[in-house]
Write a protein that binds this ligand. Structure first.
Ligand SMILES: NC(=O)C1=CN([C@@H]2O[C@H](COP(=O)(O)OP(=O)(O)OC[C@H]3O[C@@H](n4cnc5c(N)ncnc54)[C@H](O)[C@@H]3O)[C@@H](O)[C@H]2O)C=CC1
Ligand SMILES: O=C(O)CCC(=O)C(=O)O
Length: 503
């Protein structure tokens, strides 16, 4: 059985020749007839906020529209000699800031409207957290678990070369990143392909989420989960929300259910558990785990088990269930969808018992479900704010690549020497009897590393953005999602207004 290299940090032992069946991807959608599609949902959320925005219809129409949609179809020669036509997309939603930014998804359900919805969310997400990018997203319509590494590399390299030919990638144009079904290895292939085809001194900034050795940055892998955690932590300090939900302050002791144990779900669970949260159920496509006490679901152990077995099913310290959609409906304080869009819809919203829904995935709650949930007092922390940690750290990686130097390289030792001198002076002042121990001294003088800068920059971004969204919701009398869209719309509208129209 083929095992992936350790570089991607995602599912390990799934065989590409078909051991894990198509069912992995089939269970995602069960929208009732007439319920809004993902793209329609983004438009509905946009329109709701646009009504509150002090902006003109022509500007609002410009903001809402997807600027470019590139559809690609290219052949892949498979290892068995057959040739398969691969369908892929890149949508650039808004160029009000450049480059445009957004991940690349590899999944069998990829299609044009989904890619455009995801690109629009990227525009609004970057604006909410004040990251100077427009929005984009890419998708390749394949189930990555069914292809060998050689075939996946060929798909990614051909996709990238098509983007290069069409000027849909470049450090100043359009900068992809990981999303569902892709990770650092795919980003390394994208960077290498771009650099083979373009002589560009800033070439490594053509993509983010790269392995550290390829110009990546400390902390990008866990950044989306850490951003989700920072926001949740702040939310749980809010007296008004906690009172309205009948909950005590703080994450400690609260119960969490997580859907999707990939990059975002794994890291979010890790941070939540480290803060004393009880993860009581995890739903994956091929099975889930339940332990109402939360004690059995040790996230680090489950990750090790998943790395060895290619699945979380069968993890010995918790109960395995094969049908996982009902796990979302168990009683809990917080439900964290971290898989795909439209997972909470009119068909299951009435059965959801969580008090809070933390949208780590993009677009997991449909407008019809949101209405049902809000009527029952459920608070939804919206995707465009909550999962913005990934693009925030991607921004730091892009800056690092453009600067050709890692954060802290010029300052770390200088900081340490300065602090040493300060402590020497204090010790000198108080005489010989007042010497710090070596351990305390080491702790006090430690200069900031790249990881420290990233974590601090991410925390600052999430906290400032949360505060702004919360205050806007309160002042404008709307929910958190509408507030986040409103902030984004007003920021982008200002940009369009001041830029004018070319020519
Ligand atoms: N990777 C990133 O930095 C960011 C990802 N996101 C969003 O977060 C979501 C997850 O992305 P990643 O964690 O990167 O993807 P991933 O591919 O690493 O993991 C997703 C996991 O969800 C599971 N899954 C799919 N459908 C499921 C279902 N119906 N029930 C249970 N599990 C299911 C898959 O088997 C997979 O293990 C996506 O919506 C993505 O767009 C958002 C911001 C940044
Ligand atoms: O890191 C990035 O640039 C984009 C991440 C992403 O695709 C997302 O936030 O949905």
């Amino acid at each position: 059985m083929w095992r992936a290299s350790s570089i991607t940090g995602r599912r390990r032992s799934a065989s590409w020749c078909g051991v894990i069946s198509h069912a992995r991807f089939n269970s995602s959608f069960s929208l009732a007839a007439g319920e809004a599609s993902f793209l329609e949902a983004v438009d509905i959320y946009f329109d709701k906020a646009a009504k509150l925005a002090a902006s003109t219809p022509d500007i609002l129409n410009q903001i809402k529209a997807c600027n470019n949609l590139l559809k690609l179809q290219f052949p892949l020669k498979r290892l068995d000699g057959t040739v398969q036509l691969i369908e892929a997309y890149r949508a650039q939603h808004s160029h009000h800031r450049l480059p445009v930014k957004g991940g690349i998804r590899m999944a069998p359900n990829v299609e044009a409207n989904e890619t455009m919805a995801l690109a629009a969310l990227m525009t609004f997400k970057c604006a909410v957290v004040d990251i100077p990018f427009g929005g984009a997203k890419g998708g390749i319509k394949v189930d990555p678990t069914k292809y060998s590494p050689i075939e996946k590399e060929a798909i990614i390299r051909r996709y990238t070369s098509e983007l290069v030919k069409k000027s849909f990638i470049g450090p100043a144009l359009d900068v992809p990143a990981p999303d569902y079904g892709t990770g650092p290895q795919e980003m390394a292939w994208i960077k290498d392909t771009y650099e083979q085809l373009r002589s560009d001194i800033n070439g490594s900034a053509c993509v983010t989420g790269k392995p550290l050795e390829e110009g990546g940055i400390h902390g990008r892998q866990e950044s989306t989960g850490l951003g989700v955690f920072f926001c949740l932590r702040e939310f749980f300090t809010n007296q008004e929300y906690m009172k309205s939900l009948g909950l005590d302050l703080g994450i400690k002791g609260k119960s969490f259910i997580v859907q999707g144990f990939g990059n975002v779900g794994r890291h979010t669970s890790t941070f939540v558990q480290a803060a004393g949260g009880r993860v009581i159920a995890i739903a994956e496509l091929d099975g889930g785990l339940v332990d109402e006490t939360g004690i059995g679901l040790d996230i680090a152990q489950i990750q090790r088990y998943q790395a060895q077995n290619g699945t979380i099913s069968g993890f010995p310290k918790a109960k395995t269930v094969l049908e996982t959609s009902h796990l979302l409906e168990l009683p809990c304080d917080v439900l964290i969808p971290a898989a795909l869009e439209s997972q909470i819809h009119a068909g299951n919203a009435t059965r959801i018992q969580a008090r809070i829904i933390a949208e780590a995935a993009n677009g997991p709650v449909t407008p019809a479900a949101e209405k049902i949930l809000e009527e029952r007092g459920v608070v939804i922390l919206p995707d465009l704010l909550l999962n913005a940690g990934g693009v925030t750290v991607s921004y730091f990686e892009w800056l690092k690549n453009l600067n050709h130097i890692h954060f802290g390289r010029m300052s770390r030792r200088m900081e340490e020497h300065g602090k040493q001198e300060f402590l020497n002076a204090i010790e000198h002042q108080f005489g010989n009897g007042h010497k710090l121990s070596e351990d305390v001294r080491r702790l006090l003088v430690k200069g900031n590393t790249e990881a420290d800068f990233v974590s601090s920059g991410l925390e600052e971004t999430m906290l400032v953005s949360w505060e702004k969204v919360r205050n806007t919701a309160k002042q404008r009398g709307c929910n958190l999602r509408t507030a986040a869209y409103l902030i984004a719309i007003e920021r982008i509208a200002t940009c369009y207004r001041l830029s004018g129209i070319f020519p």
